[in-house]
Design a protein around this ligand. Structure first.
Ligand SMILES: C[S@@+](CC[C@H](N)C(=O)[O-])C[C@H]1O[C@@H](n2cnc3c(N)ncnc32)[C@H](O)[C@@H]1O
Length: 200
């Protein structure tokens, strides 16, 4: 599902991508009006974190995305049981979601919790935190938006911190983590490394 490829797209894949983004654009437009503010989680998995967050922040629109349909289905069941009208889970790739966000919609906080670490060097290009991606999310961040990143894999943490620190749109902050609710991967993790960056 991911679009993170460097080679030119085949015409067939380009057509699939156009249709996928057109469908996603419609889904997003129902949830986020132009100019909307929202809290975003990329790789929301089974939805534990964002469901707990949305229950405590009922005035905040919360959107979790994940590329795996089964995880979104589980998260949706949690959302339904909790009866949270402010919470939405969408099956989507982060690049696609950014590409179709309604005009003027801005996130006030972005949580990236235990993203796939891609430990092998030849797979590092698949990591979510890359200079181009960090730049593109900055373009959709509201003033003072927070970027929260957490991983149990220290080499990825070190790399992510230097990628984020190198982008003037995301100064690192010593601010403490504002909300704790363990995710599936956090409950299995032996360590955790967290950072906060704040859009000026
Ligand atoms: C290691 S899991 C962590 C899930 C959850 N955050 C947790 O801590 O339990 C990483 C998640 O990110 C999702 N993911 C990977 N690449 C993604 C992308 N480009 N866009 C959206 N979700 C993605 C995966 O499907 C997976 O559910």
């Amino acid at each position: 599902m991911t679009t993170r490829v460097n080679s030119p797209l085949s015409p067939e894949y380009a057509a699939v991508l156009v249709e996928r983004r057109a469908n996603l654009r419609k889904t997003c437009a129902k949830i986020l009006k132009p100019g909307a503010s929202f809290v975003w989680e990329i790789g929301s998995g089974h939805g534990h974190f964002l469901t707990a967050y949305a229950a405590l922040h009922r005035e905040t629109t919360c959107v979790g995305i994940d590329i795996i349909a089964e995880r979104i289905a589980r998260a949706e069941r949690k959302r339904h049981r909790a009866g949270l009208a402010n919470l939405h889970f969408i099956q989507a790739d982060a690049d696609d979601f950014l590409a179709v966000l309604p005009e003027g919609a801005r996130f006030s906080a972005l949580y990236i919790l235990f993203p796939d670490p891609w430990p092998k060097r030849r797979h590092h290009k698949n990591r979510l935190i890359r200079p181009d991606f960090i730049g593109r999310i900055a373009a959709r961040a509201g003033q003072g938006a927070r970027l929260y990143f957490r991983t149990d894999y220290e080499p990825y943490f070190t790399e992510a911190r230097s990628v984020i620190a190198a982008n003037p749109s995301w100064p690192l902050s010593e601010e403490s983590w504002p909300f704790e609710s363990p995710t599936v991967f956090q409950s299995r993790a032996r360590a955790r490394h967290s950072l906060v960056a704040i859009a000026p």
